[in-house]
Write a protein that binds this ligand. Structure first.
Ligand code: A2P
Length: 289
């Protein structure tokens, strides 16, 4: 169920029929205002049309300023750029979620955002009433969506049992952004999302760099005359997953997007999909605070 896409700006459809560009630029840990501004401008110049931020990243203002300036100085329209932000763990529940969204909108300085996500689920490990908390948060998300100021809503780090807490509600999440890298496929959650028409995005697709030196990735990089990151990003696309690689290096921002001129064979996809556990962060939503 891979994507049929040929460029960075090609979109896939979410369940509400809104398009989402197939590859995004991640901004986690780029928290210096000028640096995030410069990197988002660079990414947009390279052709990325999908930028991923979050309240927790403390960089929404720089992201929004870069998008506004890029629109003002090019012929690219706001509608051609897709921007995501997220509500942090401390802001769960209906009222706090609504307020957090307002703060995000103030920070980012855009009339609307394309996708707003619940950053982490409430979990039984930390809250007896975790199910109700997730439902309350999701009620806020649904009202945000109905206001038109977020063109789509979704979740992040929700595994199937977390998704189960909200899946029967009026509006289902359109996206689930989870950690995925070769060696950490989270296939149960991906299957759940595929069954429910939820688009899956991969955070830390390169295992924050850890995955790049795995022998199989190196072997395939050699075979396809690409680099390790390109193999991994292409693997995501061929699995129907939107990767969100992050880099503060312009050359790597460019090369991470150069993944539309080759195809990984079925046999090699099978090998990658069968990789043993490797390179993940260890941040389990039921364990990490
Ligand atoms: P840098 O920002 O210096 O390029 P992930 O997206 O999985 O979180 O990984 C991000 C990490 O991987 C960052 O440390 C980033 O460093 C590094 N990285 C991103 N793209 C590449 C690439 N093409 N080659 C090597 N390292 C990369």
């Amino acid at each position: 169920m891979g994507f049929n896409v040929n460029s960075l700006s090609d979109k896939v459809l979410m369940s509400n029929n809104v398009g989402i560009p197939c590859l995004g630029f991640g901004t986690y840990k780029i928290d210096d205002d000028q640096q995030v501004y410069d990197m988002v401008i660079t990414a947009l110049e390279v052709g990325y049309r999908h930028i991923d931020t979050a309240a927790f990243y403390m960089n929404e203002a720089g992201v929004g300023r870069a998008i506004n300036d890029f629109i003002a100085t090019t012929k690219i329209a706001r509608e051609d750029i897709f921007v995501t932000s997220k509500v942090w763990k401390t802001e769960r529940g209906y009222d706090k979620t609504i307020k957090a969204f307002e703060k995000t909108m103030d920070e980012i300085g855009l009339d609307y955002i394309d996708l707003f996500l619940v950053h982490w689920p409430a979990s039984l490990t930390f809250d007896d009433d975790w199910k109700e908390i997730n439902r309350d948060t999701w009620r806020g998300m649904m009202d945000i969506y109905k206001s038109g100021k977020a063109k789509a809503i979704g979740v992040s780090n929700f595994l199937s049992h977390h998704l189960d807490t909200i899946i029967d509600m009026e509006i289902q999440p359109m996206v689930d952004q989870i950690e995925i890298s070769p060696g950490f496929r989270q296939q149960d959650t991906v299957d759940y999302c595929n069954e429910h028409g939820i688009i899956v995005e991969a955070w830390s697709p390169l295992g924050r760099g850890r995955s790049l030196n795995h022998p199989l990735i190196l072997e395939l990089a050699e075979k396809y005359k690409k680099d390790s990151a390109q193999i991994i990003i292409r693997w995501d696309l061929q699995n129907g997953i939107i990767p969100l690689p992050k880099s503060i290096n312009k050359g790597r921002v460019v090369s991470n997007a150069d993944v539309f001129d080759f195809e990984i064979s079925k046999e090699d996809m099978t090998k990658l999909n069968a990789m043993e556990r490797y390179g993940d962060s260890g941040h389990h939503p039921d364990e990490a605070w």
